[in-house]
Unconditional design. Structure first.
Ligand SMILES: Nc1nc(=O)c2c([nH]1)NC[C@@H]1CN(c3ccc(C(=O)N[C@@H](CCC(=O)O)C(=O)O)cc3)CN21
Ligand SMILES: O=c1ccn([C@H]2C[C@H](O)[C@@H](COP(=O)(O)O)O2)c(=O)[nH]1
Length: 342
């Protein structure tokens, strides 16, 4: 996908060295936006293999969001990608789906005079019984979007919000992709995602595929043609290693940038990788793969191939299963392994 390569290249070319809470440093840049026309193919990366176990993780993660669960007890049977952020019982401090499907509605005393809130029994709200007794009202944002696309498709309010400020302020991992908007133009259904923080090598390839798939599934359900996926990432970053390896970039980014500026043919990215592996201190044997720059240079040296196609069974979103999504005409280059910064 050409747009992904531009994101990688722009972040390397314009990024700053930026340490962060994980202890694995980054090369980071501010605010990147791109669009992909989904009618012209599905934006699964072809410059590294994303089928097999990665596809398995990606689909199960999206189905988990749609389930509205606040735990990963079922998800972790399918993939380990969320295990590090959950407790023994599988609870996460912040689970996307819980906000998508069950966003908390303030109760009586939480409501200020003059505000409007749904009554009990409203079609998008549900009254849940809390485990310790008592009830709470929650709002299904996906239900709201699906019904509104039927009844009022020109609405400019088709927003799904996963950000809860009070939870985000104390959460171990507040949502990265925290709001998305459906937007109809003619007969095309577009989706725009805003992401506050994007791990270019690991998170972003999953994120862009998951929301593009969601656009297909919602277009199917509502009778629209699939349109474009727009993606804005505020802090785009490439993890560049811990300790001496990470710190090397602090001093040597200008040299790396000079090498990249001279590139005329994509095959030269492989030469820059060789130079880098030679010049930078090695990652410790028990901590390899946290520097994502070499792997991404390999990816840049590969030519983006034709985009595959995707087919999604015409079923209610709640009933979608792994086998309902199939990938066609996908011809990727070999996989690239990256370690995840926790
Ligand atoms: N640093 C960081 N990057 C992320 O992308 C990320 C987090 N943290 N924390 C929360 C979630 C978890 N996500 C993850 C976590 C791991 C992989 C990962 O290891 N992907 C492998 C495949 C692993 C598998 O499918 O089993 C890859 O090669 O893409 C991807 C996304 C996205 N998020
Ligand atoms: O879907 C996701 C989830 C997480 N990420 C990345 C972005 C950051 O590298 C980390 C989160 O760390 P913060 O310090 O909370 O920003 O996870 C992603 O890219 N996509």
């Amino acid at each position: 996908m050409r747009q992904y390569h531009e994101l990688v290249a722009d972040t390397l070319a314009g990024g700053c060295y930026k340490p962060n809470r994980t202890g694995v440093d980054t090369v980071a840049a501010f605010s990147h936006h791109y669009e992909v026309d989904l009618a012209e193919g599905f934006p699964l990366l072809t410059t590294k293999r994303m089928d097999g176990y990665r596809w398995n993780s990606l689909i199960h993660e999206l189905l988990w969001y749609l389930s509205g669960e606040e735990h990963i007890r079922d998800l972790r049977e399918e993939t380990k990608i969320w295990d590090a952020w959950a407790d023994e019982e599988g609870h996460l401090d912040t689970a996307y789906g819980r906000f998508w499907r069950r966003y908390p509605v303030p109760d009586g005393i939480g409501r200020l005079p003059g505000e409007s809130w749904p009554e009990e029994g409203h079609r998008w709200t549900e009254t849940e019984t809390a485990p310790g007794g008592g009830t709470r009202q929650v709002f299904d944002q996906i239900g709201y979007v699906l019904d509104s696309l039927d009844e009022n498709p020109n609405s400019r309010r088709l927003v799904v919000n996963a950000w809860h400020p009070a939870n985000a302020a104390v959460s171990t991992l507040p949502p990265c992709h925290y709001t998305f908007v459906f937007n109809v133009q003619g007969d095309r259904l577009n989706v725009h995602l805003t992401q506050r923080s994007g791990d270019i090598a690991l998170g972003v390839p999953f994120n862009l595929a998951a929301y593009s798939l969601l656009a297909h599934a919602v277009a199917n359900r509502t009778g629209f043609e699939v349109g474009s996926f727009g993606h804005t990432i505020v802090d785009t970053h490439i993890y560049c290693g811990a300790g001496d390896r990470g710190a090397w970039y602090d001093e040597h980014l200008p040299e790396l940038r000079a090498q990249l500026e001279g590139i005329e043919d994509r095959s030269e990215y492989a030469d820059v990788r060789e130079w880098l592996e030679d010049a930078a201190p090695p990652e410790p044997d028990d901590e390899t793969g946290y520097d994502h720059v070499p792997g991404l240079l390999t990816q840049l040296s590969r030519e983006p191939g034709d985009r595959p196609r995707i087919e999604v069974a015409d079923r209610p979103l709640e009933k979608l299963e792994y086998d309902d999504v199939s990938l066609k005409r996908y011809d990727p280059e070999p996989g690239i392994e990256f370690a995840v910064a926790e």
